[in-house]
Design a binder for this molecule. Structure first.
Ligand code: AMP
Length: 308
C-alpha cells in the first residue's frame, strides 16, 4: 500500500560528547523515508529544499521507490538547518539553531499520483503544512500518524492542536508528551492526548524504549542496549518510518499489529544511532534487519516458573 510522508529534508550539525558531525544531510522526512523504504515499495515525499541541497541524496531517495514530485526545490534559497548538542547521557539534547529558511513560507502540493494513499506519515515540520496536506487529500486514508516536537508546541500550538484532532496515531517523546498534556505521569499524559484526537499514542523514551497506548491497553518495547551510541539524531523519525512502514506493508492497523510495528520501529531506530546522520540507514540490508529483530525477540524472551 502506498504511503505519503511529510517532514523536513534538511541539513543538520550535531555535537555529542564524543564528536561533531559537521554539516550532514538529515531532516525528519529523510529518516522516515529511508526507514520506511525497507517495508514499502511506493512512497511520495512532500517537502521543500533549497538549491544548496545535494541532488545525490534526492537520487538516493528515488532509487528506493520514494517519489519526489512533491519535493519542491527552491532556487536561490537555503534548506532548513538544525543544529543540536547532546548532553553527556546522549538521551537528551539542546537545540542550538533552527533556521527555517525554505520552510518559512512553504505551501505544500500533494501530487496527483500520491492521491489515494492509504497511509500518511505527517513527520515533524510546521503544523500548518501538515494541515494543508490533510486538506488536499481526495480520500480519507486508512491511517494517519503524526510526529512533532516541542519547537512547534512553543510557536504554533493552535494549528498543532488542529492537526492532532485529525490523526489516528501521535508519536511523541516523553518530555513533549508532558508539555502537550500538562501531566507528569506518562499514563495520564497518554490518556489526555487520546481525548485530543488520536486513538493511539506512542511515547518514545529514547534509550528507555517506547510505550504504546490505546484505550486501556498498554504495550512496552525496550530499546536495544547498544554498546556505542554515536548519534541518536533521527532515531525518533526512523522509529516512525519503521512503525508506519510495517503497518502499510501488512495493511493491518490492529493493536496486535501495532505492537509488532513498535518493535520494528525500535529495531530500525537502533541502527540510526550507530553513525552520524543517515549514513547507517543508507547501508542497511534485509539480513541486518532480520538479525536485529531477532536480538529484540531474545531481549525480552524468558522462561519462568514459580513454585512455592
Ligand atoms: P529526531 O532526532 O528523530 O527528533 O529528529 C531529528 C531531525 O529532526 C533532524 O534531522 C532535524 O533536521 C529535524 N528537525 C529538528 N528540528 C525540527 C523542527 N523544528 N521541525 C522539523 N524538523 C526538525
Amino acid at each position: 500500500m502506498s504511503l505519503i510522508i511529510v517532514g523536513t529534508v534538511a541539513f543538520d550539525a550535531i555535537q555529542t560528547p564524543f564528536g561533531s558531525s559537521g554539516k550532514v544531510v538529515g531532516g525528519a522526512a529523510s529518516y522516515i523515508g529511508l526507514s520506511a523504504s525497507q517495508f514499502v515499495k511506493e512512497q511520495h515525499i512532500i517537502s521543500v529544499i533549497g538549491d544548496d541541497f545535494p541532488q545525490s541524496f534526492v537520487d538516493e531517495l528515488e532509487s528506493r521507490g520514494i517519489q519526489t514530485d512533491g519535493l519542491e526545490r527552491r532556487k536561490d534559497e537555503k534548506s532548513f538547518f538544525w543544529e543540536g548538542k547532546y548532553h553527556q547521557d546522549m538521551n537528551s539534547r539542546d537545540t542550538l539553531t533552527t533556521e527555517l529558511n525554505v520552510l518559512a513560507d512553504f505551501q505544500p502540493r500533494v501530487p496527483q499520483e500520491a492521491q489515494g494513499a492509504s497511509f500518511v506519515m505527517l513527520g515533524n515540520l510546521d503544523p500548518s503544512v501538515q494541515l494543508s496536506v490533510l486538506d488536499q487529500l481526495d480520500q480519507k486514508p486508512k491511517l494517519v500518524v503524526l510526529d512533532t516536537m516541542n519547537f512547534w508546541m512553543d510557536i504554533a500550538l493552535e494549528p498543532l492542536k488542529q492537526v492532532i484532532k485529525r490523526v489516528d496515531v501521535l508519536t511523541i517523546n516523553d518530555e513533549e508528551a508532558r508539555q502537550l498534556s500538562g501531566e507528569h505521569s506518562l499514563v495520564k499524559a497518554a490518556n489526555k492526548i487520546q481525548t485530543m484526537g488520536p486513538s493511539t499514542v506512542v511515547i518514545k523514551k529514547g534509550e528507555h524504549g517506547a510505550l504504546l497506548f490505546q484505550k486501556d491497553q498498554v504495550f512496552f518495547a525496550p530499546a536495544l542496549p547498544l554498546e556505542e551510541v554515536l548519534d541518536p539524531t533521527g532515531a525518533g523519525d526512523t522509529f516512525a518510518g519503521g512503525f508506519i512502514g510495517h503497518l502499510a506493508r501488512t495493511g493491518d492497523t490492529s493493536f496486535a499489529n501495532m505492537k509488532r510495528a513498535v518493535v520494528l520501529g525500535s529495531a530500525m531506530a537502533s541502527f540510526a544511532c550507530e553513525k552520524f546522520g543517515t549514513e547507517r540507514l543508507m547501508k542497511l540490508t534485509k539480513e541486518n534487519i532480520d538479525a536485529r529483530i531477532q536480538r529484540f525477540v531474545n531481549l525480552v524472551d524468558f522462561d519462568m516458573t514459580f513454585n512455592d
